[in-house]
Ligand binder design. Sequence first.
Ligand SMILES: CCCCCCCC/C=C\CCCCCCCC(=O)N[C@@H](CO)[C@H](O)/C=C/CCCCCCCCCCCCC
Ligand SMILES: O=c1ccn([C@@H]2O[C@H](COP(=O)(O)OP(=O)(O)O[C@H]3OC[C@@H](O)[C@H](O)[C@H]3O)[C@@H](O)[C@H]2O)c(=O)[nH]1
Length: 398
Amino acid sequence: MFRCFPSTCVLYGASILIIFFWCLMWMHHVITIIYAKSKLYKKLKLCPESPSYVGVSIIKPLMGFDPNLLSNLETFFTMDYDCYEILFCVAEEGDPAIKVVNSLLDKFPTVDAKLFVGNSVVGVNPKINNMQSGYSVAKHPLILISDSGIRMKPDTLKDMVEHMTDKVGLVHQLPFVCDKDDSLVSIMEQIFFGTCHARFYLLANLLNLNCVTGMSLLVRKSLLDEVGGLQSFGSYLAEDFFIGKSLRDRGWKLQVSAYPALQNATGYGMDYFRNRLKRWIKLRLKMVPFVTFLEPFTQSLLIGFLASWAGTYLFAWNPVAVFMVHIFLWFICDWTMFTIVHNGPLRISRFVFLVVWLLREVDSNFLFMSALADPSIVWRDKAFRVSWGGLTEKITEK
Ligand SMILES: CCCCCCCC/C=C\CCCCCCCC(=O)N[C@@H](CO)[C@H](O)/C=C/CCCCCCCCCCCCC
Ligand SMILES: O=c1ccn([C@@H]2O[C@H](COP(=O)(O)OP(=O)(O)O[C@H]3OC[C@@H](O)[C@H](O)[C@H]3O)[C@@H](O)[C@H]2O)c(=O)[nH]1
């Protein structure tokens, strides 16, 4: 008679659980590839007599300079959209971004654009404090919050506004990265945002979970004003998550635009990129801890090792063969997702993609562990402590 000793039962149960989770991972690859293919870069079919476009106040919080700042900001002056204003916000006198904005205001005198210098301290979130001066004078019914490193294609704003249908309160963009330069960090950043990040971002949206990014979001101003304006989110560092939550709680839908957000700030090194991802992990950990603790198990190498072990334990599979096939198929899925999100001729070969992709996959679990090791959050020149739930206090200027 078969006797299940406690340790055997635990191993047996664990391996079934791992194989089940592994199957879920393959399902998520297939589903997100299909979703990305059907959603991204597809123009909405509007009725011919669609009304003229609603006015948009674009708030650009700026801090500091990078070599692409001028050309990125310039794309906001040349958009194919009838009615919008640009409100540039800079917190401190002497910030190098001021000079860049002034040169653009001179170059495009017919575009409705203004620069505000000065911080209004309405909370701990420095981006909200910075945007407050622009928000308080915004005159249009839609607000586009757009980070300094974002580049716009001429028809992106139109697409976002078209997605703002009757029941939709907020339209956001899937974060991606422009073809910047050939540095390792730029390629790795692009691969991360075009594979792992894109999959989970799209999956969350497909499952109707709140996964809004603050780097580019269009929101109805009346809905922010209903709860006290932008400043009511100033006590959270992850203001994007809480803006999304607030709208969802009031029955509004969140939509993803067909066009990914094109991040194009440059000149930052590998540490900056890794610290940014660590900061986001720490934020997610405090806001959605159960999902975040599962994150390491969704990374190719760890789940590959576990599935090889479980397959050997349950079905006597060859673990090396399982692992190799697993990594190969994961790579094919990620490459496919990357080409869909990128949508155009690639500047990197499959070989470069493979090498940098592997490096990132190896790094992902180290990144996660080092994020857990230090709970304090540093953002630019400030340090914060985030409590469970998301409320934030400022510790100090760094
Ligand atoms: C079977 C369950 C597996 C769950 C595993 C989830 C693994 C997630 C792995 C990578 C994370 C990608 C994350 C999505 C984007 C979040 C980016 C971010 O941190 N942004 C912050 C800064 O802008 C923002 O403030 C944070 C927002 C919180 C978002 C919460 C997202 C939850 C995402 C969950 C997606 C998985 C859905 C699976 C559901 C069964
Ligand atoms: O102290 C600051 C820091 C940042 N910012 C502005 O905030 C925007 C985003 O800054 P960064 O690029 O440093 O940071 P991230 O891209 O990681 O931000 C992202 O993660 C945290 C969320 O709260 C943000 O909404 C999201 O944009 C930029 O436009 C920047 O100029 C400020 O205005 N003041």
